[in-house]
Write a new protein. Structure first.
Length: 587
């Protein structure tokens, strides 16, 4: 079997990280593999099954001796070839008994029934009658049987082992949840048919499963033959647990709303990549009305347990609408997003967003519209619309200006206090260019914060926003934040005193972009997009720092410049390239 097929099937189809087996070894370092094996062999009991599975491959030692130790060396099972200035991902053929550098060839993207079978479940993968399915079964039967044989020895319960594999190795399911997906009785029968010893715990569970729901509680099968409640640690609140015993308060095809107790509702995206569509906006609007008109609810948390919080707008839908010239509908969709995010910001109850993974584009803008953000530490946040030839269209431009002006004002107040009340020579509301320049650089460069802490530094999050280290505690912390804001909650007032520099400010920003273009750090179309962004951030043609404008004025300007870009062929090319290639077009 090729390394490409092995990694394609033993990754997402089996609920294992997308690197696959060989890709993971490249990442960790091939030179560490013999050391890890030696450590295990010197520590494990003489009758441990690992000894029967272990093979000391000369091929691996040949690779290490030649300097092919993975990503940190010349390459590994994969390498990036840069011949003639072109990059090509290559995979290693492992058919030969010994390694040589001539065994690399362009990496294929396999297409097999076993790979696509992952959508139907794990059993469909391992029973697929192709080389991928056979490989997955041969690996998993030994892995799962080995894990089952160790219950009570390396951990007290199947639940502990599953949690260890999920938290430590980022598996979607632990080995016993995987056995449940196959069917414990079926799995045991297959092992018997192949002459593999069936572990005691697998014999005990018989026709049952390792996990079940009983009396509204999730339970696991113990070594004593009885089921035991899964008890979450204090401070852990999971939406997946709530779903086991409750129905959503509201739902449609793209989102659901859950009662998480104490008068708090939780809004959950369920669309692909949690992108925003009309259904999302409609249910958000309905959720706000439900809380405002009900005595049972008093706060909202926006949260989900997918890998990523939200990738923003649905680009595929946008491309479809552009292709058939549905311009009024596109503008109505942008206006609807602005309307709903504005409603969230100014509703009469607290809204707390709890992101993890990626929160990009519209996914970032909904955070900017929230009273508080309680973010997982590993949250990637950014307004990245320029990558597809657009600017933030759901209030992102406006909110970045306001946040940076607010931060400047706080710094000014702190500096004045240190000077015992003495005023410095400027006041932030009279010198708007600092915040405008900061917002421009952040948005024009599609700056992505690589952590929640960095998001605070950039200005996506405020100093008062929270950070949660353990993702299992994120919903609990966000709910606590929301409840803490309820008593005496003052809805924010719409700003009508926003001072922006006007055409002179836009000219300064345009000149900065031209300098970047001259140095080769910005493309011609970057200049076009940045020009429209500068128009918004400077307040438009009629902008004047002596004549304050309102938030409503600013989002109208944002929508106008957004639509101008959407009609541009350069933006169309960027959207199409992102959808087909998965990366930005540098036109």
């Amino acid at each position: 079997i090729s390394v490409e097929i092995a990694d394609a099937v033993m990754s997402k189809p089996c609920g294992i990280p997308k690197t696959g087996v060989f890709g993971l070894i490249d990442l960790v370092g091939i030179d560490l593999m013999p050391k890890l094996s030696d450590s295990l062999l010197s520590t494990l009991p003489k009758d441990d099954a690992y000894r029967d599975l272990f093979i000391d491959h000369a091929f691996i030692h040949d690779m290490i001796d030649a300097g092919y130790t993975g990503r940190k060396g010349k390459g590994g099972f994969y390498r990036l070839d840069r011949t003639d200035g072109k990059k090509e991902k290559q995979a290693l053929s492992i058919d030969a008994s010994s390694f040589n550098e001539g065994q690399y060839a362009k990496a294929d993207k396999p297409s097999l029934p076993s790979i696509s079978a992952g959508k139907k479940g794990l059993k469909a993968v391992v029973t697929a009658e192709d080389e991928g399915g056979q490989y997955a079964w041969n690996v998993l039967k030994q892995t799962l049987a080995y894990a089952a044989a160790l219950v009570g020895e390396i951990a007290e319960s199947v639940y502990d082992i599953d949690e260890g594999m999920k938290l430590g190795y980022n598996w979607k399911q632990g080995p016993f949840a995987m056995i449940d997906a196959l069917g414990p009785a079926w799995f045991a029968a297959q092992l018997k048919d192949e002459g593999i010893a069936v572990p005691d715990i697998l014999e005990k569970v018989g026709d049952g499963t390792f996990y079940r729901i009983d009396g509204g509680k999730q339970q696991y099968f113990g070594t004593d033959g009885a089921y035991h409640d899964i008890v979450r640690p204090d401070g852990v609140l999971l939406l997946s647990d709530i779903k086991l015993t409750a129905d959503p308060v509201l739902k449609n095809g793209s989102a659901k709303v859950w009662d998480i107790g104490d008068g708090v509702l939780c809004f959950e995206h369920t669309s692909k990549m949690n992108t925003f569509d009309e259904d999302i906006f409609n249910l958000l609007d309905k959720t706000v009305k439900t809380i405002e008109t009900s005595d049972d609810y008093k706060a909202l948390v926006i949260y989900n347990e997918a890998s990523h919080f939200s990738a923003g707008a649905n680009l595929g839908l946008a491309m479809f609408m552009i292709n058939i010239a549905m311009w009024p509908q596109v503008e109505a969709f942008i206006a609807r997003g602005q309307e709903v995010f504005t409603t969230l910001k100014f509703c009469d109850f607290p809204v707390v967003s709890a992101p993890s993974g990626m929160a990009l584009g519209g996914g970032c803008e909904i955070l900017l519209a929230s009273d508080r953000v309680q973010a997982h530490a590993e949250t990637y946040t950014g307004l990245v619309e320029v990558g597809v030839g657009l600017i933030p269209g759901w209030g992102g431009c406006k909110e970045m200006i306001l946040r940076l002006q607010e931060r400047e004002a706080e710094k000014f107040a702190a500096d004045s206090a240190k000077a015992e009340g003495a005023s410095t020579w400027f006041a932030p509301d009279k010198t708007p260019m600092g915040a405008v320049r900061g917002a421009f650089e952040t948005i024009a460069m599609a700056t992505v914060a690589k952590s929640a802490a960095e998001a605070k530094e950039i200005g996506y999050f405020r100093a008062r926003d929270g950070i949660t280290m353990n993702r299992d505690r994120l919903l609990f912390d966000a709910k606590a934040q929301a409840l803490a804001l309820v008593d005496g909650y003052p809805p924010p007032e719409k700003r009508t005193d926003i001072r922006l520099p006007g055409p002179s400010g836009k000219l300064a920003l345009d000149m900065a972009v031209k300098d970047l273009q001259k140095s080769g750090n910005a493309t011609p179309y970057d200049g076009v997009v940045s020009g429209h962004l500068a128009s918004v951030l400077s307040g438009g043609e009629n902008g004047d720092w002596t004549a304050p404008i309102s938030e409503d004025d600013l989002i109208k300007l944002e929508r106008s410049e957004f639509m101008k870009l959407l009609h541009n062929e350069g933006t169309y090319a960027r959207i199409e390239h992102m959808l087909t290639k998965g990366k930005p077009l540098r036109n």
